[in-house]
Design a protein around this ligand. Structure first.
Ligand SMILES: Cc1ncc(COP(=O)(O)O)c(C=O)c1O
Length: 376
């Protein structure tokens, strides 16, 4: 880390420091066990995640992108989706949401976000529906639960599947019904990428659902398409949750609410203490519907703002500077779409430090630095 960084954006060693002895013990016990694929740690994690989320089933996967792909593949195998079907998806998302759709041969239909939540603008969904629409993929971006009554009503009326991309919002609860994200739609994908609110020490993911058939199909697809040993009912892939990562996640999942509370305390300080009119703060919620995976502000001169912060020791990040429809890999499919709200967001967002690496005093100091920023 560069010397002049007094307030790092994120340092994973610090994030994992409270659990370090347990993590070492867990690694040792997996190494000693001689069981390196599947096993009790994976089963225990799936059980805890399902209980925590409030779903009947959880199936571990190798990562979050695969969790999304496996959900769509499973719906295809079950005859509920097919190649060429359209899935409505927020335009302002991480590219993995879109990759999962196109990888399965379906068509993503990006819909603009709201300017306050930066999440899907559900009032625009109806207009995006065509005879080919079969599903809505919601993304609880930055940690904010995004389902609302409009979304649920439209999904029901048009008989659309609701697939949650819950990579960023583990532990959040919907204002709609106080249920946890991951239990709000028909199926949900989780990512435990190391930077997530509950992160593994490598790649890991999971699917949650109440649908027994879907859970079984995801489990088989993630294991070469096999429902029992050497019997392949699908042309599957190998995307199982690694027991070492499951063992780490079993330790960390117990601290989910505590980890989210730490982030909420930092966000609360930013909300109260940042008062620079050049910096638009995120829509604040002290409710559990926002777990502050990122604390994202917007400012017109992003580069100038970030340079100023860095000169003052504050490291920031951007999620995301290039939205999926502007990525070279989607130039043909999405490149001609006009998505001005998403483009503006991509030009102006800055993520401030909001993890265990930032103390409450640090957050106050960062707010003071931000308040003295002048754009001339
Ligand atoms: C919104 C979103 N969806 C999907 C993913 C994919 O997860 P993973 O990195 O575990 O494949 C991520 C995280 O990287 C994400 O932020």
């Amino acid at each position: 880390m560069s010397e002049n960084i007094k307030y790092p954006f994120l340092d994973l060693a610090t994030v994992n420091a409270p659990y370090i002895e347990e993590l070492h013990r867990a690694a040792g016990s997996i190494i000693d066990s001689g069981r390196y694929v599947g096993g009790p740690e994976v089963e225990a994690f799936e059980k805890s995640l399902a209980a925590d989320t409030g779903t009947a089933f959880a199936v571990g996967t190798a990562n979050g992108l695969d969790a999304l792909r496996l959900i769509i593949r499973a719906y295809i195998e079950l005859g509920r989706l097919k190649a060429g079907d359209e899935i409505i998806v927020p335009a302002n998302t991480y590219i993995a949401s879109i990759l999962a759709i196109t990888d399965c041969g379906l068509i993503p239909v990006p819909v603009e976000p709201r300017t306050d939540t930066l999440n899907l603008d559900t009032s625009l969904i109806e207009n995006a529906i065509t005879p080919a629409t079969r599903a809505i993929m919601t993304v609880h971006l930055y940690g904010r639960a995004c389902h609302d009554a409009t979304l649920m009503e439209i999904a029901k009326r048009h008989n659309l599947l609701v697939i949650e991309d819950n990579a960023q919002a583990i532990g959040a609860r919907s204002r709609l019904n106080n249920r946890r994200t991951g239990s709000l739609g028909d199926a949900a994908a989780f990512s435990f990428y190391p930077t997530k609110n509950i992160g593994a020490l490598g790649d890991a993911g999971a699917v949650t659902t109440d649908d027994a058939e879907l859970a079984a199909a995801v489990r088989a697809l993630a294991n070469y398409g096999s429902d029992r040993r050497y019997h392949n009912i699908y042309r599957g892939l190998n995307s199982r949750l690694d027991p070492l990562q499951a063992a780490f996640l079993n330790i960390k999942l117990k601290h989910l609410d505590e980890e989210n509370a730490l982030r909420a305390a930092i966000a609360d300080i930013y909300e109260k203490e940042i008062s620079n009119p050049r910096v638009i703060k995120p829509l604040y919620s002290a409710g559990g519907d926002m777990v502050w995976h990122q604390y994202v502000v917007m400012t017109e001169d992003r580069d100038g703002f970030r340079d100023y912060l860095l000169k003052n020791g504050v490291q920031t990040d951007v999620h995301y500077a290039t939205p999926p429809h502007r990525q070279p890999c989607y130039a043909d499919l999405l490149g001609k779409l006009s998505l001005p709200v998403t483009d503006t967001i991509a030009d102006q967002v800055v993520s401030l430090p909001v993890t265990r690496c930032t103390s409450e005093d640090d957050a106050r100091a960062i707010a003071r630095i931000i308040n003295s920023y002048v754009n001339d």
